[in-house]
Design a protein around this ligand. Structure first.
Ligand code: DO4
Ligand code: MG
Length: 283
């Protein structure tokens, strides 16, 4: 089941269930007005499945929104071997830290975005004006409720400035957290197990002036740590009254001579979820 949010032609924000490639069911017409509240309900799947007569809308007539409502967005890093290698190559200064965190019991987890700063599908993500080396990071995103149970998965983009990150590890928050540095959506898939999700692929394609300038793909199963291990560390000594999202790290890194440019189009695809597409602007 794929849940999301959309803005209808009257400008109203609605909760939706994807019906097929062209149609979304307006769950708000059946009284479901918050994804967060639905994800709190242990009977969430059945609650949607028993609904009858829910009106549907053409996807072409709505604007899809991020499913993030009030959830904090966090991110894990160096969870794929490809990410560890790329970070070690980008920085002599920090290489040892990346090497160690890949093997260490405690994963790298950092705060990524306030909920109201998350970029909607179709809106621009940002590259920093003071950075010369910027990349998207396509990441499977775990969705948890206030009980810290994994209740779904979505698609995230952990936009990153590699020159700032590579200069000094202490600059990581500046490389990762700035205007328009995080996009999530459009759908949350509920009801899929970790075993099933690990059979999916994640990929990114970057378009420039109508041409593809980078594409890459990997298997979700290349994530080194289990989802429960990542969520265990995220939830230690902190509570999430509205739930949270956890981007799980990137396993697709463009070659070192690649940097994003204004007007690029970033399309992130996860086989079991769909596509998150954003253009790029300078911020
Ligand atoms: O510490 C660097 C960031 C790692 C990251 O964001 C990733 O591996 O996806
Ligand atoms: Mg990342």
């Amino acid at each position: 089941m794929k849940l999301g949010r959309f803005q209808n032609s009257a400008g109203e924000i609605r909760v939706g269930q994807l019906v097929d490639a062209f149609t979304v069911a307006d769950l708000s017409a059946a009284g479901i007005t918050s994804i967060t509240e639905l994800l709190e309900d242990g009977d969430r799947i059945q609650r949607v499945e028993v609904l009858t007569g829910v009106p549907t809308v053409q996807l072409s007539e709505v604007k899809l929104l991020t499913p993030v409502e009030q959830q904090e967005v966090w991110a894990a890093g160096v969870t794929y071997l490809r990410s560890k290698k790329a970070r070690m190559e980008e920085s002599d200064f920090s290489a040892n830290a990346y090497d160690q965190v890949y093997e260490a019991p405690r994963p790298e987890i950092f705060f990524k975005s306030l909920p109201d700063k998350v970029v909607h599908p179709g809106e621009p993500v940002g590259i920093r004006a003071d950075s010369k080396w910027n990349v998207p990071e396509p990441e499977l995103t775990l969705v948890i409720n206030s009980a810290k149970e994994m209740v779904g998965v979505s698609i995230g983009n952990d936009m990153s400035s590699r020159d700032i990150e590579g200069e000094n590890l202490l600059y990581l928050p500046q490389a990762k957290v700035y205007d328009r540095s995080c996009a999530v959506g459009p759908w949350i898939v509920v009801g899929a197990s970790e075993e099933e999700i690990r059979q999916w692929t994640i990929g990114v394609e970057i378009g420039r002036g109508g041409q593809s300038v980078f594409s890459g793909e990997t298997s979700i199963d290349n994530i080194k740590r289990s989802f429960s291990e990542l969520l265990d560390y995220l939830g230690r000594s902190q509570s999430f009254p509205h739930g949270a999202m956890l981007l799980t790290g990137t396993g697709v890194v463009p070659d070192d001579d690649f940097t994003l440019a204004e007007k690029d189009v970033v399309s992130i695809h996860i086989s079991g979820i769909g596509t998150l597409e954003n253009t790029v602007i300078l911020v």
